[in-house]
Unconditional design. Structure first.
Length: 509
């Protein structure tokens, strides 16, 4: 049985060792989960909300300790742990406390005249056992939110944290246990994806929810296809920021720096490409450089930016910068780390173009890339010149123009005159297009994503037959013909002519 050694990437401090699960343990966990699902699906929404409320209370009462543990696991500063990890989870729970009952309530649907006398409904029912595979960049946020959404929809969960965030996975397990949350609803499975991935799929969950890289998403989708397991994929991004000449440059550059460098750039919704209209390009670059030079990088102190988390990711960042410089890019700030440190300095690149990896592939690091554009047409073309389609931002004092551009960008969310806010409102759907994934969650969509949405038609069943049942014949054919013309014709005369035939059909005479 292999082990995972947990370390603080910022300091190298050993945090512990966790044994990886075996195939047998995983399949046994699925068996227990299916048994639990049979009873949990019969709980009321109110009961599920009360269970999730226990998690909320515990997080609120132990917030500082939780932020400290997340920070240790990932090398991020505690302010980011609060802002981007803990707050979204509490916001998610609060939203569902207020809205889940209404979202999942049976919905009556109006019938057309051809179905008069019948009643139509939509029921929202649990799927069963959900496999949640979480990433390492925001492991608290991006684990708990799909877990909570699945639970409130009436499902049980098999949860696999990233091997690079095992310490946070253990933290989540601790919260579930110490909060008094119902046992057996969530099972935490530990291990490396390459070692236990097949067993997780072999367990045949009713749905897989993955947040991770596009490469991982492709692998999971391929394996799930063998059993026709539905998947929801929240994958990578290469999010553009488009800055027009009429903006408030001070605000726009503040947003560019934060939106590019938050969590050391390790965010799928981080700004990875900045396009600035040529008239204000020089001023924009100057302000960005000034602001980046003032940032404080470190851990467990008064800092703005922490370390990176993944050694492999740092190598990708370095490769992208090396490739860009070789092809003509210029480094204005940063660009190189000291030795093998996990602290990669905030970096600004100019003279970049779309022949460079850093403008085409997901970098996922603390790098700001700035490129000129001439007009709206070129800005949209550059923004859409990517395999990704997660988020974007458009900056202009002309809101009509900003909205016009937003409609043309192929992505899942757009913030206008702000950064990342399209994903900040939990009531809005979150997800991507193209190779940024498939499906939507958050808000109502987060519960629908984990529900069997069932169409139901009800009637009293007093009549012995229906108009569309056998026998057919020439007379019934003529009535169908006249009635359908009456129902769908745009001519008033046809509608009037068809009324007698329609009435006879309705009465089944």
């Amino acid at each position: 049985m292999s082990e995972i050694i947990m370390t603080n990437p910022a300091t190298g401090e050993k945090l512990g060792v966790k044994k990886c699960w075996t195939r047998k343990q995983i399949l046994d966990a699925y068996k227990k989960a299916r048994e639990k699902a049979e009873s949990f699906k019969n709980t009321t929404i109110e009961q599920r909300i009360e269970e999730v409320r226990k998690i909320k209370r515990y997080i609120v009462e132990n917030m500082e300790e939780i932020a400290e543990k997340i920070s240790k696991d990932l090398g991020k500063i505690k302010s980011e742990a609060l802002l981007m990890e803990i707050f979204p989870v509490l916001d998610c729970i609060s939203y569902y406390e207020k809205n889940a009952k209404k979202i999942l309530k049976d919905k009556k649907v109006r019938n057309p005249i051809s179905l008069i006398g019948k009643k139509s409904y939509v029921f929202y029912e649990p799927l069963g056992v959900i496999l949640v595979i979480a990433p390492w960049n925001y492991p608290f946020n991006l684990s708990f939110i799909p877990i909570i959404s699945a639970i409130i929809a009436g499902n049980v969960v098999i949860y696999k944290p990233s091997e690079l965030a095992t310490y946070t996975g253990m933290l989540i397990e601790e919260i579930l246990e110490k909060s008094g949350f119902e046992k057996g609803v969530v099972t935490v499975v530990y291990g490396r994806g390459g070692e236990i991935g097949d067993a997780l799929i072999e367990g045949k969950p009713d749905k897989i929810f993955l947040t991770g890289s596009t490469t991982t998403g492709r692998i999971i989708m391929e394996k799930a296809a063998k059993y026709l397991i539905p998947v929801e994929l929240e994958l990578g991004g290469k999010d553009p920021m488009i800055v027009f000449e009429d903006v408030n440059l001070e605000r726009a550059t503040n947003a560019a720096v934060w939106g590019s460098l938050l969590n050391s750039g390790q965010a799928c919704v981080a700004i990875e490409r900045i396009y600035v209209q040529e008239n204000v390009y020089d001023d924009f670059v100057k302000l960005v450089v000034e602001k980046v030079k003032k940032l404080r990088q470190g851990w467990n102190g008064d800092y703005d930016i922490g370390s990176m988390t993944s050694p492999d990711q740092i190598k990708i960042v370095e490769d992208h910068i090396k490739d860009a410089v070789k092809k003509g890019a210029k480094i204005l700030v940063g660009g190189k780390r000291k030795g093998k440190s996990m602290f990669f300095p905030p970096t600004v690149l100019v003279n970049v173009n779309h022949k460079m990896k850093i403008m085409k592939e997901e970098t996922f690091g603390p790098v700001i890339c700035i490129m000129k554009f001439k007009d709206e047409k070129e800005a949209v073309k550059l923004a859409n010149d990517t395999i990704y389609g997660l988020n974007a931002s458009v900056w202009s004092d002309d809101i009509d123009r900003a909205v016009r551009i937003a409609r043309q960008i192929k992505c899942g969310g757009v913030a206008i005159n702000n950064a990342l806010t399209a994903s900040a409102n939990f009531a809005l759907p979150f997800g991507g297009t193209k190779q940024s994934g498939m499906g939507r969650y958050h808000g109502p969509y987060g519960l629908y994503a984990f529900s069997n949405i069932k169409a139901v038609m009800i009637e009293k069943g007093k009549k012995e037959t229906e108009i569309n049942w056998y026998p057919f014949g020439k007379e019934k054919y003529e009535r169908f013909l006249t009635t359908f013309k009456s129902l769908f014709s745009e001519k008033t005369v046809d509608k009037i002519k068809g009324l007698p035939a329609m009435i006879k059909l309705m009465r089944n005479k």
